[in-house]
Design a protein around this ligand. Structure first.
Ligand SMILES: Cc1cc2nc3c(=O)[nH]c(=O)nc-3n(C[C@H](O)[C@H](O)[C@H](O)COP(=O)(O)OP(=O)(O)OC[C@H]3O[C@@H](n4cnc5c(N)ncnc54)[C@H](O)[C@@H]3O)c2cc1C
Length: 403
């Protein structure tokens, strides 16, 4: 027996969950959305951060005009970086206007039952849902290289663990990585009074160019993922990605928007030591510090000692890490390389179980890693659910158990 019944339950209230719920509501589908709006952006991104995405690529998916970033800020020009706080406020504004019924709880379990799913909430309530949309975001997929995995949290962490980098003031911090997260973490650490040192495998840091809205046939059109004809296709027509061979899709996800710093970050790193061409070979704790041994391309071995190491080494989708899905679901749902295999409507091999955001990247390409993909994903999911999950009888709820 369950406590309540709903057509669709959306797990997570980040950009994707909010967009999906808004589109489902727009289609008149009875929906519940569980999660604190924009929680990951509030709790797991560093204070002082700026978005790398341009304003035109930073809108949540709205079923009607009026829900875009530009509607919230009005006239934020391209090339002006968006502060984290502004984007957070926009996300909450979107939630208040389009999905005010978002429930600030957690989903603790999703199990299959009959023709649908039983979802357990942190309040103890059990809900029967015909369809479940998993929009759990990137936080659970933080990737830590094996060499660092055994270290205690005082010595090594992933950027996801830090809202306030000021706690490292006065300390030596090794930042591993060469992407925006590594470079911005290093800049924010230096500005907070810490002594960061960047360690990167690459032999040259890459920097994104200052955005330029001019038309150029040679360089190709501008899109949410950057310049170029192919980039435009992956960004603006993600449905085409699904028709490509799996190997090509994997390559596109890996290589579109490779690690690079935003143009506005470069100057801020001028005084931060950066050691390039360094492969981490061994990591150990010694006398309360972390000792990192590296080898360069010529085989030269070096050691870096720090009070703490931050591994800004990204996020890797692995459905096995989505602990709220029952072991039976994780065992039976079709996956490839850790991603669920999705149909044209973002539905997995288990009818009624949908995935949005990073987990959809192997099917729909790199734009699913960014806010820009949320409108496409949400519209597709809502259309698919409205079409393929017409009201069917659901398990009966005993009157005394209704909340
Ligand atoms: C440092 C950093 C900077 C970034 N900058 C940009 C940028 O500039 N532009 C851009 O487009 N993208 C950026 N991204 C990528 C960004 O994370 C995604 O674009 C965006 O957050 C995807 O939205 P989402 O809803 O899938 O995920 P999230 O924003 O992670 O939201 C998922 C939500 O689900 C919640 N949740 C998870 N499990 C449960 C559960 N069991 N019950 C209830 N709630 C749950 C989480 O708490 C979270 O709030 C950045 C990522 C990082 C880490």
């Amino acid at each position: 027996m369950v406590d309540s019944v709903v057509d669709v339950l959306v797990v997570g209230a980040g950009p994707y969950g909010l967009s999906v719920a808004a589109h489902l509501k727009g289609r008149g589908v009875q929906t519940r959305i569980i999660g604190v709006p924009m929680r990951f952006w509030q709790e797991n991104m560093p204070e002082g951060m700026f978005l790398k995405s341009e304003p035109f690529a930073s809108s949540l998916g709205s079923p009607r005009p009026g829900g875009g970033f530009d509607d919230y800020t009005s006239g934020w020009r391209a090339g002006r970086p968006i502060p984290l706080g502004t984007f957070l406020a926009y996300g909450r504004w979107f939630a208040d206007r389009l999905v005010p019924e978002t429930e600030p709880d957690r989903v603790t379990a999703v199990e299959r039952s009959g023709t649908g799913y039983t979802v357990t909430l942190s309040t103890g309530e059990t809900v029967a849902a015909r369809a479940v949309v998993m929009a759990v975001g990137v936080g659970g997929f933080a990737h830590v290289p094996d060499e660092f995995a055994g270290l205690p949290a005082e010595l090594a962490s992933h950027p996801v663990a830090h809202r306030d980098l000021g706690r490292f003031a006065g300390q030596d911090v090794a930042v591993v990585g060469a992407g925006q997260s590594a470079l911005e973490t290093a800049a924010l650490l230096a500005e907070s009074g810490a002594y960061p040192c960047v360690l990167a495998r690459t032999t040259r840091l890459a920097w994104n160019a200052v955005p330029d809205a001019s038309l150029s046939l040679v360089r190709g059109p501008r899109s949410g993922l950057g310049r170029g004809w192919r980039t435009w296709l992956w960004s603006e027509r993600p449905s085409t990605v699904r028709f490509l061979p799996e190997r090509t899709r994997r390559r596109i996800v890996r290589t579109t928007m490779p690690p690079a710093g935003a143009w506005w970050l470069r100057e801020r790193l001028a005084d931060v030591p950066v050691r390039l061409g360094q492969h981490v070979t061994e990591v150990a704790a010694h006398a309360g510090r972390v000792v990192i041994q590296t080898r360069d391309h010529e085989g030269q071995v070096s050691r870096v000692e720090a009070d703490h190491a931050i591994t800004a080494t990204g996020y890797v989708c692995d459905l096995d890490r989505v602990g709220v899905l029952s072991p039976e679901i994780r065992r039976t749902v079709h996956t490839r390389h850790g991603y669920p295999v999705l149909d044209a409507g973002f539905q997995s091999s288990l009818p009624g179980l949908y995935f949005a955001g990073l987990t959809a990247a192997l099917s729909f390409g790199p734009v699913m890693r960014f806010v820009h993909g949320s409108d496409f994903a949400a519209a597709r999911i809502a259309t698919h659910i409205a079409r393929t999950n017409p009201s069917r009888p659901m398990p009966r709820v005993p009157a005394q158990a209704r909340p």
